[in-house]
Write a protein that binds this ligand. Structure first.
Ligand SMILES: [Zn+2]
Length: 139
């Protein structure tokens, strides 16, 4: 009886430990890694702004020194800039892929003879069909 309850306790302990890992894998499976990284960068950026807000408040209340304030603000500003650059790069990568897909679709339609007359988009200068209501590159 003691062996059974010890085994059950061990199994429950292991499940409690690995549950966050399983949960995070499920999250990644349901969402592309690129979108997870995009959310992560946005969250890091937001966290930096919150830490800067707290540092300003602490400084105004006299809870931290000038040196601590300058150090915290400097590090958080740098971290926010890195997160912003990460986010910008991911968005640029997604935009590049969308343009590649649009070019491939247009190429396939040209081969199939289903592509109509083209005009230049006023926003992105990409080629779109004259009859197209929207430019997929500009969405
Ligand atoms: Zn466009």
């Amino acid at each position: 009886m003691i062996v059974m309850s010890s085994a059950a306790l061990a199994i429950i302990s292991v499940l409690l430990i690995i549950w966050p890992i399983i949960k995070s894998k499920i999250y990644i499976v349901n969402k592309s890694v690129m979108l997870v990284e995009l959310d992560d960068a946005a969250n890091r950026e937001t966290q930096c702004y919150e830490e800067i807000r707290v540092a300003i408040s602490d400084y105004q209340l006299g809870n931290i020194t000038n040196v601590q304030y300058i150090d915290i603000i400097g590090k958080r500003r740098t971290a926010a800039a890195v997160a912003l650059m990460d986010r910008s790069k991911i968005i640029a990568d997604i935009s590049y892929m969308v343009n590649q897909i649009e070019d491939q679709v247009s190429s396939n339609r040209r081969i199939n003879g289903t592509l109509g007359d083209l005009k230049e988009c006023e926003n992105c200068n990409g080629l779109i069909e004259v009859s197209a209501p929207i430019c997929f590159r500009c969405l």
